[in-house]
Design a protein around this ligand. Structure first.
Ligand SMILES: O=C(O)C1=C[C@@H](OP(=O)(O)O)[C@@H](O)[C@H](O)C1
Ligand SMILES: C=C(OP(=O)(O)O)C(=O)O
Length: 438
């Protein structure tokens, strides 16, 4: 059954909150823990549908994964050569990260695998991983347009290559590095713009030598991974909704505790500060590879900016939330160089543009972004998130500005990345109710 949200004017956001574990790190903790020799205890694991799908896929391939408590996983690693064929297709659900990283890893195995996903994932492009992996010798069959489902055939050997993917993508980089663990020689990826580095930093923490040369990162085949416990930081992309909501809803004064501040993730923080937001970093500390801080956000008058092109990959998942901040700001905000948003869980430019226009926002949609006018005279509307978790959460913030209640359709997928979102926003003061529909 479809789940809709009814959202309307609430209270200013107040108090202290903590968001769940990082999705990117949780996926990789299961994957690399499975490939390591020994037992990995993962703490702070995201109990989201995406990351649970990854854990199920590895369990299907013979990895024992215990869940002694919520947010904890004990992964009994089988080593790089210990995975077994799954008798059933591996279902990645809504998770692009799961599917793209798995294709890389599975394309080097001596057994066949089939990867499937939900309706949204089945529409997403896989050529970006299929093409370079095929150059390494992988044999991957796909549906029309190189889309899922994917059938990954057994191979005896892959060959290391040097790649420069045309789009800045941590998923593509990670898929190639994972395949490279099994390839003859070295596999290198150079990036048009640096992207999140969790795969390479976790591989290094598990004892693998990471090769570096300028903007290129590489691995040599034939190594091994040694298990080591992994502490997952909280997810900046989940904190992002609170940064925006508390910045734009008058009277808000909120502390978001223990926010992971990997610089390849925090582009939205810089953008909000450029727009005039009041966000202070308190209690900054280093925990393992991660810088953490408590972020103190107070409502402020924001003004529109031209988002720097080079910052786009560092805030790629935060544009739906930024669109709402921009609509609540004074003046225009210009987003360019973000065509990737059109191939995420939904076409995030089109979905946000349609919904925000219905709520009274003046917005000019462009192929690679949008120009969003601030100073909106908000009105309630019935809008569709198209099952996109980040659009649903962003629209729930926009709905707080109208006098009447808005309906946001198809919000169940919020559980893919942010289980407990509604409880947290309700506790902080926002007004978002859930209703079963259809
Ligand atoms: O590697 C990752 O964990 C992710 C990389 C990004 O995708 P792209 O690499 O396709 O940009 C991001 O949008 C996604 O939410 C998670
Ligand atoms: C794009 C996202 O994730 P994925 O690509 O893993 O589906 C996201 O979480 O916004």
């Amino acid at each position: 059954m479809r789940l809709d949200w009814l959202a309307g004017r609430g209270q200013p956001l107040r108090g202290r909150i903590r968001v769940p574990g990082d999705k990117s790190v949780s996926h990789r903790a299961i994957m690399l823990g499975s490939l390591a020799e020994g037992v990995t205890r993962v703490r702070g694991f995201l109990e989201g549908e995406d990351t649970r799908a990854t854990a199920r896929c590895f369990a299907q391939m013979g990895v024992r994964i215990d869940a002694p408590s919520a947010g904890e996983r004990i992964v009994h690693g089988v080593g790089l050569h210990g995975l077994k064929a799954s008798s059933a297709p591996l279902d990645c659900g809504n998770a692009g990260t799961a599917m793209r990283l798995l294709v890389g890893l599975l394309s080097a195995q001596r057994f066949e695998s089939t990867l499937i996903g939900d309706e949204s994932l089945t529409r997403r492009p896989m050529a970006r991983v299929i093409d370079p992996l095929s150059e390494m010798g992988a044999q991957i069959e796909s549906a029309e347009g190189k889309r899922p489902p994917l059938r990954v055939l057994p191979v005896s050997k892959l060959h290391g290559r040097r790649f420069r993917p045309p789009v800045a993508s941590a998923q593509v980089k990670s898929a190639l590095l994972l395949a490279g663990l099994y390839a003859e020689g070295e596999t290198w990826v150079s990036e048009v713009h640096p992207t999140r580095d969790y795969t390479e930093s976790m591989l290094s923490a598990l004892g693998l030598e990471i090769l570096r040369d300028g903007d290129s990162v590489g691995v040599r085949g034939g190594g091994r991974l040694v298990a080591r416990d992994i502490d997952v930081p909280t997810d900046f992309s989940s904190a992002a909704f609170f940064l925006v909501a508390a910045s734009v809803i008058e009277g808000s004064d909120l502390i978001i505790e223990d926010v992971g501040l990997n610089p390849r993730r925090t582009g939205l923080l810089d953008t909000l500060l450029d727009m005039g937001a009041s966000i202070e970093r308190l209690n900054v500390r280093q925990v393992g590879a991660d810088e953490l801080a408590d972020l103190h956000v107070r409502a402020a008058t924001l003004h529109g900016i031209d988002v720097p092109l080079a910052r786009v990959p560092d805030m790629i998942d935060e544009f739906p939330a930024l669109f709402v901040a921009a609509a609540a700001a004074e003046g225009a905000t210009v987003v360019r160089g973000a065509a990737e948003l059109r191939v995420k869980e939904s076409d995030r430019i089109a979905v946000m543009a349609t919904a925000l226009k219905a709520m009274g926002v003046h917005l000019d949609e462009r192929p690679d972004g949008a120009v969003i006018q601030g100073g909106t005279r908000w009105q309630a509307a019935s809008v569709d998130s198209h099952g996109d978790h980040r659009c649903a959460m962003s629209l729930s913030i926009a709905a707080q500005f109208a006098d009447e209640v808005s309906t946001i359709r198809d919000c169940r997928n919020v559980d893919t990345s942010f289980p407990g979102y509604r409880d947290l926003v309700l506790g902080a003061g926002m007004n978002v109710q859930a209703v079963e529909a259809g």
